[in-house]
Design a protein around this ligand. Structure first.
Ligand code: NAD
Length: 300
């Protein structure tokens, strides 16, 4: 029998994810307090409930896609008493490992089951149904959620116990932030030394400095035509979100006694850049590195 799904949080990510579930034939009952999100949901054929608890009550699976850990915990406190026993809660938001574990423990104490299942792939991946899910929780719960997650994603990885999905997300995004800054410094150094962006790309993309940041998301216009650099750094992945994820990474570094000096520095650099980024993509950090280096963008 097809599962019924409650879906809370129909924003940039949750809206298209819920729409893909509807397209795949699932009965989705959603809630979002934002009028704009509700309007889009109606256009996408998503059934709307009047409250969060009404969206969750009587469903097999309840998915949340919310902005931060406090909101997830607050929303769980409202939903858990309303849901039928043993409902499977799947939180796809990017939040702190400690908040993810606390939310799952609250679900379990209320007689339910819970997975953390944050995603990577951005708004484009959410719309195309090609997200990567990183999942933490019990084997049987993972197996039950898998067909539903596969509708919204191209890759679903069971990373381990509760909270470990969030751990994977935080580790990946810390490395991405570090690597985008490192790449930007190398590009600006190359500019100063007379190396064109295309020559830099042609060498480094197949040499030992190669990275996803360069080959898929090149932060200067030209070599990768689909990267945000070619579109005035419209996100993509906004600097504010990278700043948030690096904040979570730094907390996790400290809480676990890891000597993460580069991660901490990346968080500091993105925190400063977030003040002036004007909503641009996180790859626009290259413009900041160039400006601080007294340079101007070379003519391509
Ligand atoms: P968003 O702000 O667009 O969406 C959040 C939605 O939650 C909003 O529509 C808001 O109205 C709704 N909401 C607030 N309170 C609610 C409540 N009580 N009940 C139900 N809905 C409520 O954010 P987003 O960009 O969709 O991101 C969601 C999560 O996904 C974040 O944790 C983010 O870090 C993560 N993420 C985002 C991206 C991205 O590229 N946008 C990529 C990967 C992961």
């Amino acid at each position: 029998m097809t599962k019924t799904i409650g879906f809370l949080g129909l924003g940039h990510m949750g809206g298209p994810m819920a729409a893909n579930l509807v397209k795949a034939g699932y009965d989705v009952y959603a809630f979002d307090p934002s009028a704009a999100a509700q309007e889009q949901a109606r256009a996408d054929g998503i059934a709307l409930a009047d409250t969060g608890p009404a969206a969750a009550a009587g469903r097999d699976i309840v998915i949340t896609m919310l902005t931060n850990g406090k909101l997830v915990r607050d929303v769980y406190a409202e939903l858990l008493p309303a849901a039928v026993p043993a409902t499977l809660f799947v939180d796809c938001s990017t939040i702190d490992v400690a908040d993810a574990k606390a939310a799952a423990e609250a679900a379990s104490a209320a007689g339910h089951r819970a997975l953390d299942a944050p995603v990577s792939g951005g708004v484009a991946g959410a719309a195309a149904g090609t997200l990567t899910f990183m999942v933490g929780g019990a084997d049987a719960d993972f197996a039950e959620a898998l067909p539903v997650l596969e509708v919204m994603g191209a890759k679903v990885v069971h990373c381990g116990a509760s909270g470990v999905g969030q751990a994977a997300k935080i580790c990946n995004n810390m490395l991405l932030g570090i690597s985008m800054i490192g790449l930007s410094e190398a590009l600006v150094l190359g500019e100063k030394l007379g190396l064109s962006h295309q020559s830099f790309f042609d060498v480094v993309s197949t040499a030992s400095g190669q990275s996803w940041a360069l080959t898929t998301y090149c932060p200067v216009p030209g070599p990768v035509p689909t990267s945000p650099a070619n579109n005035d750094y419209q996100p993509g992945f906004a600097t504010a979100l990278m700043n948030k994820d690096l904040g979570l990474a730094v907390e996790a570094l400290r809480a676990n006694g890891v000597d993460g000096r580069i991660g901490a520095l990346a968080a500091e650099i993105y925190s400063e850049f977030n003040e002036t980024s004007g909503g641009r993509d996180f790859s626009a950090i290259v413009t900041e590195v160039r400006e601080r280096s007294g340079g101007s963008a070379p003519a391509e």
